[in-house]
Design a protein around this ligand. Structure first.
Ligand code: FES
Length: 114
């Protein structure tokens, strides 16, 4: 979906680890990624590595059919090491907030220690 720069915020639909759904409005005028959005929304995402694709605390599943940029090699290497990985696994810190993800549905993955 693309709106030719007319939007100033988008909404995503995020299911947390307790199964609770959050509709989160995100302004587009700040450069954010989905790990940062989770932290700003007080969700249980540590973002331990600061968004370097090195900790997987932002592991989430993309449940809508939005076309996202392919994962980088670093992201793929990290995802290879996490538990509960699925075909739709991504690292939230590697998903940038743009108009293209308006309406995105994501679910936080369980972490290996749980
Ligand atoms: Fe560490 Fe995303 S915040 S991998």
């Amino acid at each position: 979906m693309h709106f030719n720069g007319l939007m100033d915020e988008i909404t995503i639909h995020l299911t947390d680890r307790e199964g609770e759904l959050h509709d989160i409005e995100i302004p587009l005028d700040i450069d954010l990624n989905l790990m940062e959005v989770c932290k700003a929304s007080d969700l249980d995402v540590d973002g331990t590595c600061g968004g370097m694709a090195l900790c997987a605390s932002c592991h989430m599943y993309v449940e809508s059919d939005h076309e996202l940029p392919e994962p980088s090699e670093d992201e793929e290497i990290m995802l290879d090491q996490v538990l509960f990985v699925e075909d739709n696994s991504r690292l939230g810190c590697q998903i940038k907030v743009t108009e293209d993800i308006h309406g995105l549905k994501v679910r936080l993955a369980h972490l290996g220690s749980e």
